[in-house]
Design a protein around this ligand. Structure first.
Ligand code: NAD
Length: 321
């Protein structure tokens, strides 16, 4: 399906990811119908997108006059059926729960045409799992976005063994059309590519914290000033090349048996979760988030992300449609 024939898309689940995904399609000129089974998520949709767009304006990435036209293309629907009827492309961003995704896709097939593409934003489940009950599995694919989805450029596009070539090509073209940098994986596997790498880093970071090698503040500052700094400009394999593969393989051999291989969640993290310290949503995680500190950290995060976007991916910002 040529992307020029796609005008209407739907986003289901309007939480952390869904509202930003809807915003991205709308900024690129698509009509976006949205549904969440929590009325509060539907009611707050426009306000959350407006606030994101205002940050783009503040960063000099969007003209203020574009905010209302973008918002006018986003419709919060009262029912799932109203959101998906007659759209060409649907992205689900409901909770990370396999039965919920299986049931949703199964239900949707009775409401949509055979040509409609179904994309899952799952962080871990390949489409051969979440789309296992589909009558037409060729129409289903993973598009894995990264938080905040209206800012981070990459979207992993992961077809399953039964996904049709047409679905894959249309999805890839669509992601490019909305300003994203699609990465087409050659095979599907749980967690796709980026989350597998992120988990490997997370395991060692959590272990070092558990061993009390450094404070949470120092670990974050150290990674930002080294690995994070380099990775903003170079890919990891390029970093290895520049370091020299003779040195890198020696470092690998010397350290690979030293780093954590245990698959249990380290005590320090397990205890935080048991005590209900889950991050900003509960006021504390690895760091404290009083309301004032949270507002400061969030504003800082978004302005730095937008500055990086402007510097490194200026073409990914859409909004003049
Ligand atoms: N948060 C992240 O960093 C991130 C990144 C990439 C992918 N994902 C994936 O995106 C998906 C959504 O994650 P999130 O972080 O936005 O979750 P979230 O909890 O913030 O939002 C999920 C939303 O879906 C709604 N919902 C649940 N079941 C529904 C249904 N059947 N129909 C309609 N709405 C329903 C909920 O009310 C909620 O508003 C998950 O699969 C997650 O793994 C998350």
């Amino acid at each position: 399906m040529p992307t020029e024939t796609i005008n209407d898309v739907a986003v289901l689940g309007l939480g952390t990811m869904g509202h930003g995904i809807a915003q991205t399609f709308a900024a690129a000129g698509y009509q976006v119908r949205c549904y969440d089974d929590h009325p509060a998520a539907r009611a707050s949709l426009h306000q959350r997108i407006r606030s994101n767009l205002q940050a783009f304006v503040k960063a000099g990435l969007l003209d203020e006059t574009k905010i209302e036209p973008i918002l006018s293309r986003v419709q919060a629907c009262d029912t799932e059926a109203a959101a998906v009827t007659n759209v060409s492309f649907i992205t689900e961003a409901v909770k990370e729960d396999l039965p919920a995704k299986l049931e949703l896709f199964e239900r949707l097939e009775s409401l949509i045409s055979p040509q409609t593409i179904l994309a899952s934003n799952s962080s871990t489940f390949p489409i051969s799992q979440s789309g296992a009950r589909l009558q037409l599995p060729g129409r289903a694919i993973v598009t894995h976005w990264f938080n905040p989805p209206h800012i981070v450029p990459l979207v992993e596009v992961v077809p399953g063994p039964q996904t049709s070539e047409e679905t894959t090509q249309t999805t890839f073209d669509l992601m490019q059309d909305i300003g994203k940098q699609p990465l087409l994986l050659r095979k599907e596997l749980p967690g796709f590519l980026v989350n597998r790498i992120q988990i490997a880093i997370m395991r060692e970071v959590w272990d070092l914290l558990d061993q009390n090698v450094a404070s949470p503040e120092d670990i974050d500052a150290a990674l930002r000033a080294s690995v994070g700094f380099r990775l903003a400009a170079l890919g990891p394999l390029e970093v290895h090349d520049f370091g020299g593969l003779d040195i890198q393989t020696t470092v690998y051999r010397n350290l690979i048996t030293e780093i954590r291989s245990n698959t249990e969640i380290p005590d320090v993290v397990r205890k935080l979760v048991e005590q209900g310290h889950l991050g900003p949503k509960t006021g504390r995680g690895f760091h404290d988030y009083s309301p004032q500190r949270l507002a400061d950290r969030q504003a800082r995060r978004d302005s730095l992300f937008l500055a990086l976007l402007k510097l490194l991916y200026p073409d990914s910002v859409k909004g003049s449609a």
